[in-house]
Design a protein around this ligand. Structure first.
Ligand code: GLU
Length: 460
């Protein structure tokens, strides 16, 4: 009985810069497929382009993969295989499948150099792409392509073919831009008389400007999303779905755990055309994942973003717990908490959206008056009367009845009678000092009876 081959995939980034969502989607698919098949996933750093490599970029790749939970079974550095590459380059030359060609350097210096070219048999190469189906390419146009800059400097085409073979890669899953390279790789594989792996060339990831994702134009390094407090599971879910729909037919499910994505992974429902990476969509995913966090998990992520000044305020912890649901409603990523509380110290108050939960607001009387009373010369006086009545209505509430419904019940009738805006607008401003804030019943219930009545009475 023929032994079925264990599936082996790889992610083979070149560490020439911090990689973005497009690269990591490639990593995700290679990883998801390997995990789906009970196979092996390899990480190979392709560092043969010594002029453009950087240690920083390489570390950034490790960091992003680990953050996303993309673990590997084997890890290689391509430059460490140089001796093997040279050996096989020499073999090709000995067999006259490649040759040394003395040519003028491309830099216009007129210097003559020995480069190594592959002797192209000019055949028609056909392979079945797992996403695109059969692809046939006449390799005549490729000419005798260069496979090494010198005998000591094998280039990408040669290195990738040798490494994929040596690492027993069964499925080469990579970006669409490599389609043009695949016929060269197949010619080399045939020259070595090695098995040809399966290929899947992934559709492009586009930016919101519908242009190919590029570090220079429209994409952030993946590690930046970690730095500003996105959740890796949300980023994984979002990026995995760029150009692939894992939902059951007829279902519009979008939230999938990584385990579910592994189970559902297939190439069949992958689109051929480019697909857009949309930051609003990522924010939506992140909010959904934030909603699902337990209180403990939420604060584990949130606490790093709390400004220092807040720690010096008595009862901070208690207040933070009370406004947890507001944070969850308002933030897209955890660093937004720093913005909601951004004042650097108490003297900076008024600057941040949620500071009034921790300190007395400074209220500009001009905004205290509801818009329809603005032109009324007695507008401010009337507003003060409403606030006085609000305080009187709230006074009898007890610890038990001081809650959203209790507060609303005692105020709503009066507000309906005098005009909702006239009564509830100044209440909202008195409590927060802001024109934009949560519903006043909610704020009052969070602030507590003493603080609420004190803030309302400041104007009387
Ligand atoms: N090192 C190549 C790149 O970063 C990928 C090579 C491959 O997947 O075959 O584009």
């Amino acid at each position: 009985m023929e032994e079925t081959k264990r599936i082996v995939t790889r992610f083979a980034p070149s560490p020439t810069g911090k990689a973005h969502a497009g690269s990591y989607r490639t990593a995700m698919y290679a990883w998801l497929f390997a995990r789906n098949q009970g196979g092996k996933f390899i990480l190979r750093i392709e560092d043969t382009d010594t002029a453009r490599n950087s240690k920083e970029a390489q570390d950034d790749i490790y960091e992003a993969l680990s953050w996303l939970g993309i673990d590997n079974d084997e890890q290689y550095i391509q430059s460490e295989h140089l001796v093997r590459h040279q050996e096989l380059l020499n073999k090709l030359i000995t067999e006259d499948k490649a040759y040394i060609s003395r040519e003028e350097a491309k830099d216009g210096s007129g210097v003559m150099k020995d480069i190594i070219r592959f002797r192209n048999p000019n055949t028609l190469v056909t392979f079945v792409d797992l996403i695109r189906g059969p692809i046939s390419i006449d390799t005549t146009d490729l000419g005798d392509f260069v496979i090494a800059r010198t005998i000591n400097e094998p280039l990408y085409h040669l290195a990738v073919v040798i490494d994929d073979h040596d690492e027993r890669v069964t499925h080469v899953i990579r970006a669409e831009e490599h389609i043009a390279n695949t016929p060269r790789h197949i010619l080399l594989l045939e020259a070595f008389e090695w098995d040809i792996p399966a290929y899947a060339h992934l559709p492009l990831v586009l930016g919101q400007d519908k242009q190919k994702l590029s570090k220079r134009r429209n994409a952030l390094p993946m590690t930046d999303y970690a730095k500003v407090g996105y959740l890796p599971e949300a980023v994984f879910n979002c990026i995995a779905m760029i150009g692939w729909n894992p939902a059951d037919p007829g279902s519009d499910q979008e939230l999938f755990t990584t385990e579910e994505l592994i189970k559902r992974f297939d190439f069949a429902r992958m689109q051929k055309g480019g697909a857009v990476f949309n930051i609003e969509k990522l924010n939506w995913f992140n909010r959904e994942y934030i909603k699902k966090l337990s209180m403990q998990e939420f604060w584990k992520h949130a606490h790093v973003w709390l400004p220092v000044w807040i720690e010096n305020i008595p009862s901070t912890q208690e207040m933070l717990k009370k406004i947890e649901h507001l944070f969850r409603d308002h933030i897209e990523k955890f660093s937004d908490i720093a913005t909601l509380l951004s004042a650097d110290d108490v003297s900076d108050r008024g600057a941040a959206e949620f500071d009034y939960f921790f300190m007395e607001p400074i209220v500009d009387e001009k905004i205290l008056v509801w818009k329809t009373l603005k032109d009324d010369p007695d507008g401010l006086e009337k507003t003060k009367t409403y606030l006085k009545q609000v305080a009187a209505l709230l006074a009898p509430l007890t610890e038990e009845t001081w809650n959203y419904d209790g507060i609303k019940n005692v105020l709503i009738e009066y507000a309906d009678q005098e005009g909702k805006g006239n009564v509830l607008w100044p209440l909202r401003v008195a409590l927060s000092g802001k024109e934009k804030s949560p519903d006043p019943f909610e704020m009052a219930s969070i602030l507590g009876k003493d603080a609420t009545i004190r803030r309302v009475l400041v104007y009387i």
